[in-house]
Structures are given as structure tokens and as C-alpha cells.
Ligand binder design. Structure first.
Ligand code: NAI
Length: 483
């Protein structure tokens, strides 16, 4: 079986060489096709950080094992790491955080075992990076949470939890504030949970989750979150087990999967052969299991755990009073421990399975659309306008434009209502949301909205607008604070 490998930038080539040596000595039956991705590919003029040949190879082989890659600063280019995850729809980012004996943390010292798997949605949320300056003072980021995107990652999390015999699966969210976006994610979680009655499924508000993970991490098992919250919570969990040097990551999609360490290119230690290859090795072990190489994975993981248990370490962790090994020596120590098992937390050695091909050809983009069951119609419009005037003056001007179809309902500033009621103590910025709704609640069409747009633009610069829809008798938009 052949996989694509990109060594990456900075410490990438050093730790990748160490891991591939461990694989070779561990008789992992894989062949590697090395592909061109990373900073030097950007520098050669490929704006997405990979050559077309690299893209073709990865789409052909379906598995990418990658080292960290540098995103050139200030050149307007997007991270190749994020581009890869989004382009190939690796919708689930799975990161396993386990107590590693030999890696001292406050929890290991207190005898509190940690075994948490974070599944983070990997495509949507603010990571679309769709941002606009609405005025010179106001920046807007669009946060997309979709039903099909949420269902994909949540179904993966439940299936994985079931397969691994998890005791609990928890949805982390902020649906108390973001009722439509996080609310949709939570609704999808609850829907999927019904199909897995054998799993204890519950939810928790993300700030409470952060506190409880620090106080009682042993209570959590599988946690699924939206992208940004998952990003933050998974780094928090990395801290619980010893830092980023021990944090592996798998980006799973239906066609392509990417395995990488969580840390970056560590430019401060690049080229010195002192980097810790553990996170990339753990990512590689996860990849071996994903491909069905169970026996190889267990032998290598047991050798790694045994090595750590012996207090063998690179310079970035472990007992400073004992000499550290360099990257090559650390890999050699693991290879020397093949066949040994750690006293604590030994992994069962299961037979290899026949690998199932992960990649199959697509000839067009897959469309993921939920069948519409609810009646939908437009009842109004939000205009985001630039103005430094007081709310009452804005209201007077807006009311002139309502005509026979629209009522000015309210005006808000940064989400807080400032007209018809509000407080003079609410600070204002130079961008308001003026909300118009249909006078008698009857459905409107887009031409009505366009008419209002043209009329209102005589008085204000309209920075952005959103239709107000009703779906199945329910408002498909949020209310302003105080409305
Ligand atoms: P970083 O993770 O590269 O380094 C942070 C600190 O951790 C440094 O002191 C570094 O020496 C240390 N460190 C990281 N990995 C280590 C290892 N394996 N062994 C020993 N020490 C290690 O984060 P930073 O400095 O913020 O980012 C550097 C570059 O990496 C940036 O260009 C960034 O865009 C890129 N990056 C790439 C990622 C990826 O490819 N998935 C992820 C994160 C950052």
C-alpha cells in the first residue's frame, strides 16, 4: 500500500525521517510517495503551497502523512495546512490525549489518568476566513455552521466512540448565546445521539467544559465541538498530558485522511536534530490503525510507551538531571525497545487487518443538501449601515423609506438594541443594524427588499444585508439584545 508523504518545513524533515525509520525497522508494509508541499513550494510561486502533482498524488492515494508546514507571513497566502484540510473535506479532526508514563504532569503526579478524545469539526465555523471591514472601525467574520457539515462530524464521532467502546460522548457548545449556529450543532448532536442508545450522550457549555477539563479531566471520554472551540479545547487537553510535543492529530474525510502532529515547524530548533518526534510518531501510529496495520501499530506504540516509561527523553521534556537524546538517538531507543511492553497502559497486539482502499475517484463535487420540509418565506431584512449619528436621527431617516410594505422594527449597535428603546450608556460604533419587517407579517419577495435597498442607499452607505426568513412558522434569525 502506498501513501503520500510531505516532510514539511523546519523540524519537519528531521522528525519525519525519524518516524519513517521507526516504521521501516518495525516492518510496516507501506510505500511512500514524497510530495512537494510547504513554504518552499509557496516561494516557488504555487499560491496554495502545493504543486499540482502533489495534489494529484494525494487525491490518487487518499492518505497524506505530513510534517509541519510554515505559512509565509504577510504575503496574503493562506495556510497550506488549513487549505489541505478544507480542500479535501477532512471534516473530523480527531486528537487523542492520554497519560504517557514518563511524561510528568500535575495529573500524572496526582495519579489521575487522562484518556480524552477530542473530535473537532474541521471545515466550517470562522475557519472559512470570510472576513470584511464594514467600516474603518468594524470588522466582520462570517461563521458558517451547516446541518450536513455538523452531521458528518458528529456521526463520525459517535461511530468512532462506539467502535472504541467509549463510555460517554459529550457535545461542547455555546448554544446559550449563539442560538442558531451552535444551536444547530447541538440539535444535530441530539438527533444522532438517538441512533446510539448504548452511549451516554450529554452536552456542556464550552466555558464550563474548559473549567471541568482542568479540574476533573478523568470524567471526560469523547468530546465533539465546532471548529474554533475545538481548536482551543484540544490545545487545553494537550497541556493536560504534557504539551504539544505529545499531541497527535488525524484529519478524517470520506475520501482523504491527513495525519500530522499538532505542533508547528519549531524554527528555533530546526536543523539541530534535537526535536521530539513523539507527536508525529503518535500521529503515524493512528494512521497505521486507520489503515488496519493493528499489530505494527501496537508494537511501535508499546515500544514508545516503554521508552518513555524508562525516562528516556529529548531536550524538551523529562528529567533535566538526566542527559537528553537527540532526535535520531530517541528514534533508535524506540527501535531498540521493539517487543517490549510498558508496565502501565500496554496496548493489546491485535492482528493486522486487510487495508481497505480509502480513496475512490470522484468526477464531480458532492452536494450535501438536507431535504426541505418546512415552508420558507421572507418577512424582512437587516441592513448594516455606516453612520456616526445618534439612533433617533437614524430612525427618523429610515422611517422615510419603509413605504407601504416595511416597518422599521428596531436599530441595534454591536447586537444591542438602541432604538426604539435602549440606554444612553450603551457605547456606539459607526455601524448600525437597522431591521425592517413586513408591515402586516405577510410574505415579501426579493424585489421588495431591493426597492428598500435602493431607497435607503440614498441616505446611508449599506455595508451588508441579510434577509429575515421564516421557516415553518419560526423566525430563522436572532433578536437583538434587549429586543
Ligand atoms: P511551534 O509549535 O512550531 O513551536 C512552539 C514551541 O514549541 C517552540 O519553542 C518549539 O521549539 C517547540 N516545539 C514544537 N514542536 C516541538 C518538537 N517536536 N520538539 C521540541 N520542541 C518543539 O509553533 P510556532 O512557533 O507558533 O509556529 C512556527 C511555524 O509553524 C509557523 O509558521 C506556523 O504557521 C507553523 N505551524 C504549522 C502547523 C502545521 O503544520 N500543522 C501547526 C502550527 C504551526
Amino acid at each position: 500500500m502506498k501513501i503520500a508523504v510531505a516532510k514539511g518545513d523546519g523540524i519537519g524533515p528531521e522528525i519525519m525521517d525519524a518516524v519513517l525509520t521507526i516504521f521501516r525497522m518495525g516492518k510496516v508494509p507501506l510505500e511512500y510517495e514524497f510530495v512537494d508541499m510547504g513554504k518552499w513550494v509557496f516561494d516557488k510561486g504555487f499560491s496554495n503551497g502545493m504543486t499540482p502533482e502533489a495534489q494529484h498524488t494525494i487525491e490518487e492515494l487518499g492518505i497524506l502523512f505530513k510534517g509541519p508546514m510554515e505559512t509565509p507571513k504577510g504575503k496574503g497566502v493562506k495556510s497550506v495546512n488549513v487549505t489541505a484540510r478544507k480542500t479535501w473535506n477532512t471534516y473530523a479532526n480527531k486528537r487523542v490525549f492520554q497519560t504517557l508514563h514518563g511524561v510528568d504532569t500535575v495529573f500524572s503526579k496526582a495519579g489521575i489518568p487522562i484518556d480524552i478524545t477530542i473530535v473537532r469539526e474541521n471545515i466550517e465555523d470562522t475557519y472559512g476566513g470570510i472576513e470584511h471591514m464594514l467600516t474603518q472601525d468594524v470588522a466582520l467574520s462570517r461563521r458558517f455552521i451547516t446541518r450536513p457539515g455538523s452531521l458528518q462530524v458528529i456521526k463520525y464521532a459517535f461511530e468512532m466512540a462506539k467502535k472504541n467502546g467509549a463510555r460517554r460522548i459529550t457535545c461542547g457548545h455555546k448554544a446559550n448565546i449563539m442560538k442558531l449556529t451552535d444551536g444547530l450543532f447541538l440539535e444535530c448532536f441530539m438527533e444522532v445521539a438517538k441512533e446510539y442508545p448504548e452511549l451516554k450522550a450529554d452536552d456542556i457549555i464550552v466555558d464550563d467544559l474548559a473549567m471541568k477539563l482542568v479540574v476533573r479531566p478523568q470524567e471526560f471520554d469523547v468530546v465533539v465541538l465546532t471548529n474554533l472551540q475545538g481548536d482551543i479545547i484540544s490545545d487545553l487537553c494537550a497541556g493536560l498530558v504534557g504539551g504539544l510535543g505529545f499531541a497527535p492529530s488525524a484529519n478524517i474525510g470520506d475520501h482523504i485522511a491527513i495525519f500530522e502532529a499538532v505542533h508547528g515547524t519549531a524554527p528555533d530548533i530546526a536543523g539541530k536534530n534535537i526535536a521530539n518526534p513523539t507527536a508525529l510518531l503518535l500521529s503515524g501510529i493512528a494512521m497505521l490503525r486507520h489503515l488496519g496495520f493493528m499489530e505494527n501499530a501496537a508494537i511501535i506504540e508499546n515500544a514508545l510507551l516503554f521508552t518513555l516509561e524508562q525516562k528516556v527523553h529529548t531536550g524538551d521534556f523529562g528529567d533535566k538531571s538526566t542527559p537528553s537524546l537527540n532526535t535520531t538517538q530517541f528514534a533508535a531507543a524506540i527501535i531498540g525497545n521493539f517487543g517490549k511492553t510498558p508496565v502501565q497502559g500496554a496496548k493489546p497486539i491485535l492482528p493486522n487487518m486487510t487495508p481497505t482502499p480509502t480513496s475512490f475517484k470522484l468526477d464531480r463535487n458532492e452536494m450535501m443538501v438536507t431535504e426541505e420540509t418546512q415552508k420558507e418565506y421572507i418577512v424582512g431584512v437587516d441592513f448594516f449601515i455606516e453612520s456616526s449619528e445618534q439612533p433617533v436621527n437614524i430612525a427618523k431617516k429610515c422611517q422615510r423609506h419603509g413605504g407601504v410594505k416595511f416597518n422599521l422594527i428596531n436599530i441595534s449597535n454591536r447586537g444591542t438594541q438602541v432604538w426604539p428603546t435602549g440606554s444612553v450608556y450603551t457605547n456606539l460604533v459607526n455601524q448600525y443594524n437597522v431591521r425592517f419587517e413586513s408591515i402586516d407579517g405577510s410574505p415579501l419577495n426579493q424585489m421588495d427588499v431591493l426597492g428598500l435597498y435602493v431607497s435607503l442607499s440614498g441616505d446611508f452607505k449599506i455595508c451588508s444585508s441579510e434577509l429575515l426568513n421564516m421557516w415553518g412558522g419560526k423566525k430563522a434569525y436572532s433578536l437583538a439584545q434587549g429586543q
